[in-house]
Design a protein around this ligand. Structure first.
Ligand SMILES: Nc1ncnc2c1ncn2[C@@H]1O[C@H](COP(=O)(O)OP(=O)(O)OP(=O)(O)O)[C@@H](O)[C@H]1O
Length: 366
């Protein structure tokens, strides 16, 4: 489906370590990013979901296919990016292409690893990156808002709405706040706001990269980041990239024990992937049979034919109905046949709003 999370951060904060762990653990096929000369790496990463394994066990599926999310390693942030210095313009362009930003912040102390500003201060680091993004948005809106206002006086209704919603964003940026805090009045404002593709309107997940012995608890630095995230309408997670790198290097059967010895229930990567998925407002439906059990991604608010279209365009075009079982029913009753007998297999039509966890079988006509 092509939803992408871009990994950004200052030099030496642990971006590559995290990205490599993400892609290695999934044995991803890293592909080159087609649109730019600095070619940030893209990794397709499987989204961990226990529900899929339970469904596969019940359906006795031969194959289990998770849904995927793309992570893009966006290289090269330098101070002054918004002014087009160095790799700046490419960097901003790369961010424009992603749907959400995973912002890695160094929260570990290690005298051997140099910090660009010679001090470990994730809040100051976050500000460096965010200031560049806000300046880029500010510069673009300083032009776009007056232009839209001018068109509005000429009677252009859409321009009037654009001027209003982007004007609100401009005010926020002038106060040093991200455009994400803009509150569109209605669906039309929301649509035009999305269309404006502002960099600081993209959802952000801060990844606090902590030392190995702080992965379970976090530390004072990560706490400060969590507070900042809350104030900005962003998300945050604690991860130790060092642990993740070790985990992917060890045999799969040793990982659980290692995690347990560190007081962790699951890998930080699993949390980052899931958080990225949630951040994008993505939901999952399942298909299940003896051949395969598979998880599919759909955007929140999708109707049944659109979900069917995730599998094949023919399913969408020729959609008749969707035989649907809620995940809980599927699991508690023990599969499709039992759910059908219990009257829990619903025949859903074109207007059905697909729910997270639905197990679906599409009937279509081509
Ligand atoms: N949680 C951690 N604890 C200790 N060391 C870490 C941790 N995370 C990363 N490192 C180390 O920090 C160094 C920098 O990491 P990495 O190369 O991933 O950073 P980067 O952000 O990709 O840098 P650049 O942008 O310069 O490529 C590496 O030596 C890495 O092993």
């Amino acid at each position: 489906m092509g939803f992408r999370c871009g990994i950004v951060g200052l030099p030496n904060v642990g971006k590559s370590t995290l990205f490599n762990a993400l892609t290695e653990t999934q044995a991803a096929q890293a592909a080159n990013y087609p649109f730019c000369t600095i070619e940030p790496n893209v990794g397709q990463v499987a989204v961990p979901d226990e529900r899929l394994d339970r469904i596969a066990a019940i359906a006795k599926s031969a194959k289990v296919v998770p849904t995927q999310l793309a992570f893009v390693d966006i290289a090269g942030l330098v101070k002054g990016a918004s002014k087009g210095e160095g790799l700046g313009n490419q960097f901003l362009g790369n961010i424009r292409e992603v749907d959400a930003i995973v912002h890695v912040l160094r929260c570990f102390e290690d005298d051997d690893i140099q910090h660009v500003a010679n001090k470990v201060d994730p809040i100051a680091d976050a500000e460096v990156v965010e200031t560049e993004l806000m300046l880029a948005d500010l510069e673009s809106l300083e032009k776009r808002v007056p232009a839209a206002a001018k068109r509005a006086t000429g009677g252009d209704k859409e321009a009037k709405i654009t001027a209003s919603v982007l004007g609100q964003a401009l005010e926020l940026l002038r106060e040093g706040k991200p455009a994400r805090l803009t509150e569109p009045k209605d669906e039309e404002e929301a649509r035009l706001f999305r269309q404006a593709q502002l960099l600081t309107a993209k959802p952000v997940l801060y990844v606090c990269n902590v030392a190995e012995d702080e992965a379970a608890t976090g530390n004072a630095l990560s706490e400060a980041v969590f507070a900042r995230a809350k104030a900005e309408g962003a998300q945050a997670a604690v991860v130790s990239a060092a642990i993740e790198a070790e985990l992917v290097a060890m045999p799969a059967e040793d990982r659980a024990e290692y995690l347990e010895s560190l007081g962790l229930e699951e890998s930080g990567l699993a949390r980052v992937i899931r958080a990225g998925y949630t951040l994008l407002g993505l939901k999952t439906f399942f298909t299940a049979g003896p051949k395969e059990a598979r998880a599919w991604t759909f955007p929140q608010g999708a109707k049944a034919p659109q979900a069917a279209g995730e599998i094949h365009t023919d399913f969408e075009k020729g959609f008749i109905r969707a035989e649907t079982i809620a995940y809980e029913d599927y699991v508690t009753l023990g599969g499709e046949a039992a759910a059908r007998d219990a009257g829990k297999l619903r025949q859903e039509g074109k207007e059905y709003l697909v729910q997270d966890g639905d197990v679906m079988l599409f009937k279509f006509n081509v």
